[in-house]
Design a protein around this ligand. Sequence first.
Ligand SMILES: [Zn+2]
Length: 239
Amino acid sequence: MNNIVGIEPSIRVFCDFDGTITRKDSGDEFFRTFSKFEPAHTDLMNGKYSVKEYYEKVSSGLSMTQDALLDFCESCETDAYFRQFLDFIQSQHWELCIVSDGFDLYIDEILKRVNAETIPVYRNLLQFQSDTGSWKPLFPNADERCKCFCASCKTKIVLGNTHPDDLIIYIGDGLSDTCPVHVADMIFAKGSLSSYCNQHGIMHHNWNSFFDILHILKKRKPIMRDIARKERKKAFIAE
Ligand SMILES: [Zn+2]
């Protein structure tokens, strides 16, 4: 699964999108605006559906015009310090990759609006079916072996883009980020991800805005977390 040939060990930053680069969960807002969000979302949170089943359900009810989609993307507020964060990552010659369990339809447009469309981004896809006139979700990074709360496993993406000796920085806020933090060396967590890290004894930095992340990265050199490195080695051997 990993395409490590020719990749030099370095510092790699993996960053969630919904509720991290955008201030609110733009995925929930997207389905709330253009589909029938409830009771499917409550059923998901109560464990009635898997994330994949939930996405299939709410995607089948999607209906929108191109203008309405652009208006929606315009209304999604992004973190005010994200652009400064990008400049800093570039100045350090670190690699950045966005990992999302959301969808291309709104993510790509929002990234374009903050001039970040050249950053590699892994996300699910929404494909329009002209025969039925409905939308179908596709999950190119799904991993059936993983039982994490997401349709696409972010650990699979992280490991597929790193060398075991790379140093991994992970930034996130939610349930779909709980899987990859186990293989990350330096973790920035807010919301339910922060609670998860506390419960599982995973060292992390709390953050609210990218201003906080920048502040920490500028004064503290990232160091390898031994247990994360062991987890990575284990995963690479299992491949
Ligand atoms: Zn996973």
